[in-house]
Design a protein around this ligand. Sequence first.
Ligand code: CA
Length: 225
Amino acid sequence: MNNSLLIVEDEPKLAKLLSNYLRQAGYEPECLENGLDVLPRVRDNLPALILLDLMLPGRDGVEICKEIRSFSAVPIIMVTARIEEIDRLLGLELGADDYICKPFSPREVVARVKAVLRRSAGQQPSGETPLLQMDEGRLLVWLRGQELELTVVEFKLLEFLAANPGRIYGRNQLMDHIYPDQRIVSDRTIDSHIKNLRKKLASLSPDTDIIHSVYGVGYKYDPQG
Ligand code: CA
């Protein structure tokens, strides 16, 4: 398993503190201080996750994040010194996986790193059998490697939900996605498709419950089960 973390932080004391905590948590951290060194390092050897400070000598975190995203989906946690920055960063849609504001407790950073890695492991299989694979052309999905055939509607629903793990979609949103021509269908139609989809998934792996209904609201995909 890839346990390497890249800490990009120009305050040496802070970098050392983070590095110590993350090492104790079982990761292999490496620190860089200068923004200009990040891209070559990442291209050379992709870490499992990057902790990226916003204000850096050489090159700022926003530019670095954008450029990494042009070639890699490696998890990135942006670190900023001002809480107000986070709204601006969110608006830029950089594709970062999380944002942490200074001052932070190193324990919190470790927890966030773990959470982001867990989340991305659900999406980007590495080595182990991936939780979910989908082949739209053949309407096939594989749940932990086991093959399952779905109907077009079931496939579209699963694909739509799985694109944003944890996000709750209302029945209307799901209907708009499945029936973009605004065909009049009862919202119970979605429920029955979801019910069939869950039944099929459960027939393969009863313990892996990846589609959850949220009472009174809708549905979500949760790779954690
Ligand atoms: Ca800084």
